[in-house]
Design a protein around this ligand. Structure first.
Ligand SMILES: *[C@@H]1O[C@H](CO)[C@@H](O)[C@H](O)[C@H]1NC(C)=O
Ligand SMILES: *[C@@H]1O[C@H](CO)[C@@H](O)[C@H](O)[C@H]1NC(C)=O
Length: 351
């Protein structure tokens, strides 16, 4: 009662003009809530609190206006320390070219598959392509000679020290560009599209895993994560695979560093011989608090679909489910952030 009385006193003491402003604001807000509920958004009372909640609520409690998972859980001191190490790395690479890109292609014992991919990438001029580095994981076989293509692209073969999936994410001291296109030996964006994808990376994807293959996760009622394709028509994704994706060299630097989190993650990647692509998504989202970016050319990316890749070996999916759970445990929270749109070259529908 006393509180209400106090409230009335305050109202009486206000000038008519202030009072009018307050009433106007109140009715505008109420109208907005009504309009939003009618327009398909469901606004729970929580959504219009003037002060934000002190901690991010569990996904089920987040108002549908901002879909759960879109809000990153970034922000405590552990995270801030990692971020500052990454920002230092970023400064160390600032002198590298940012208007050209490098392609890194790991390969292991399938020369014909590699040859077709390389021939395709080198066959047409891709203006911003500076260099292709073949990460040679066939340790007992000498690397072929490097060369310069007819369009002036350098091709360099780099012998790995171990046959490890982490080798593709090493920030090679010889790299001359900040943008590294992580590229399997059996896929490609059509050369006509690749320049567009790179320019999209430069404009809006610079510190995101930016590429062709979006993927999703699911968390069951028991809290256990599983990995998979996104559903047809699903309006979010949370990972982009490194089969074909730009990764900034500073993110590769943090991934390859002696810090505790990436070290545990790399050890696990070597142990299961899988999941480096999921791992770099966890690292990128942890450091940047944003999700990945899916980019499509005019043509669908090409997949040679050869027999015998890692994804065809036994236990592939269970290993990947496990990785999602293990990486979450190592990082201490779930860092992935939902991305809700894709970029596509051209105008798909003309109005
Ligand atoms: C692909 O193989 C053909 C035939 O052996 C060879 O002439 C060509 O140089 C190879 N291309 C590349 C990019 O290695
Ligand atoms: C940061 O968050 C993680 C995961 O929730 C937690 O383990 C850690 O103790 C937190 N660190 C600080 C300094 O709050």
């Amino acid at each position: 009662m006393r509180a209400q009385q106090g409230g009335l006193d305050v109202l009486r003491s206000l000038s008519p003009r202030r009072l009018a402003t307050i009433c106007f604001s109140f009715f505008t807000l109420a109208a907005l809530v009504v309009w939003l509920s009618n327009s398909g958004y469901s606004v729970k009372p929580d959504a219009v609190h003037s002060t934000p909640p002190s901690s991010i609520p569990a996904p089920a409690a987040v108002p549908a206006l901002v879909p759960s998972g879109f809000i990153s859980t970034c922000g405590n001191e552990t995270h801030a320390a990692a971020r500052s190490i990454w920002l230092d790395a970023d400064a160390r690479y600032a002198h590298l070219m940012d208007d050209k890109f490098t392609i890194a292609i790991p390969t292991y014992k399938r020369p014909d598959v590699l040859n077709l991919t390389l021939s395709t990438l080198l066959g047409k001029k891709i203006p911003s392509l500076y260099e292709i580095v073949i990460v040679w994981n066939e340790l007992d076989k000498a690397t072929p000679e490097g060369f310069v293509s007819e369009h002036g692209v350098k091709v360099r073969y780099r012998l790995s020290t171990r046959n490890s999936l982490n080798m593709r994410l090493i920030p090679d001291p010889e790299y001359k560009t900040q943008a590294i296109l992580q590229h399997d030996d059996d896929v490609w964006y059509e050369p006509e599209d690749l320049e567009f994808v790179f320019q999209t990376w430069r404009q809006i994807g610079r510190y995101k895993v930016t590429g062709a293959l979006p993927r999703c996760y699911n968390r069951n009622a028991g809290g256990v994560l599983s990995y998979g394709q996104c559903r047809e028509g699903q309006d979010w994704y949370a990972l982009v695979l490194t089969n074909l994706a730009f990764v900034h060299i500073s993110l590769m630097d943090y991934y390859s560093s002696d810090e505790r989190i990436p070290t545990l993650i790399r050890d696990h990647v070597d142990e299961v011989f899988n999941c480096e692509d999921l791992a770099i998504n966890y690292i990128a989202s942890m450091l940047t608090c944003t999700g990945p970016l899916h980019v499509m050319g005019k043509a669908h990316y090409h997949n040679q679909d050869p027999k015998g890749g890692i994804s065809t070996t036994g236990g592939h999916m269970p290993k990947r489910h496990n990785c999602l759970n293990y990486f979450e445990q190592v990082i201490g929270y779930f860092p992935l952030v939902h991305s809700m749109g894709s970029i596509q070259r051209g105008i798909p529908h003309f109005n």
